[in-house]
Design a protein around this ligand. Structure first.
Ligand code: FE2
Length: 266
């Protein structure tokens, strides 16, 4: 099966720019590219920071776009979102009022978590009611493969700014996962491409759709950077998970004749 990971849209009201870039224009290009090339994907997961300031208008426009998008989308919120404004537009809270949901497909349990702590902190929180929800979902999975999606990474990623605002209660979160078959953890928040293993769990993250965070602070004079946005195409089959990242705005033909090296690869 195939699914898509998108993150950190940072949508602003129409007509406004964010750090010199147009989040809606970029998001539209992202959706169009996915619909054109990956219409067979089972779903898209968007791991939070859907909006820059939690604007109700931005959520309504997001909802309208996703209603026209041919692939089902599963949304999470991040530290830039407003849970109340999100729920007023999308609904779908768990019984404790958090934006958490699960999906069972082909024997795989996909769990979409709410790690929003709330103003004034940009860090993430996974408190007792949310942990109880996750514990129940992991129990239902009963040893079957689990794929986790969340905004905040539950560990240091080695970036001096991001490590200040990761998931706060990471040890408890880690303990929750110990007896489950978590195949992969997808997160956002970092606005960077990264992959690795955390306590035996493979993870990946991708750049946001709008602005990025430079790996080295001094490499650009501003806090954020303009680097290629990407989405991930994830292929899951039996014991294999493959995560491709595609820079949809920065794809162009190579400077080469059209028929060279086309049919002689085997
Ligand atoms: Fe973000």
């Amino acid at each position: 099966m195939k699914f898509i990971h998108i993150t950190d849209l940072h949508l602003v009201p129409p007509g406004e720019l964010l750090w010199g870039l147009d989040p809606f224009e970029r998001f539209d290009a992202c959706l169009n590219d996915i619909a054109r090339h990956h219409g067979d994907a089972a779903f898209c997961a968007i791991t939070g920071d859907l909006t820059e300031m939690g604007s109700p208008q931005a959520y309504v426009l997001l909802r309208d776009r996703l209603a026209r998008f041919p692939i089902p989308a599963h949304l999470m919120i991040g530290n830039h979102d407003d849970r109340g404004n999100y729920l007023a537009v999308f609904g779908g809270a768990d019984r404790n009022g958090y934006v958490q949901s699960g999906l069972l497909l082909n024997g795989n349990h996909f769990l979409f978590l709410d790690t929003l702590k709330g103003e004034p902190s940009s860090a993430g929180l996974y408190d007792t009611p949310r942990k109880q929800w996750l514990k129940a979902r992991l129990s239902e999975a009963a040893g079957k493969p689990v794929f986790l999606f969340m905004h905040h990474p539950p560990f240091d990623i080695g970036h001096p700014l991001m490590d200040l605002i990761k998931l706060e209660d990471a040890q408890d979160f880690e303990n929750l996962l110990k007896d489950s078959d978590v195949r992969h953890l997808f997160f956002g928040h970092a606005h960077r491409t990264m992959s690795g293993i955390w306590n035996g769990i493979p993870f990946s993250a991708i750049p946001g759709v709008n602005h990025q965070l430079p790996l080295v602070r001094e490499s650009v004079p501003t806090v954020y950077s303009n680097e290629p946005p990407m989405y991930s195409v994830v292929l899951v089959k039996e014991g294999r998970t493959v995560v491709h990242s595609d820079a949809f705005l920065h794809r162009a033909p190579a400077d080469m004749p059209l028929d060279v090296e086309r049919d002689d690869w085997i």
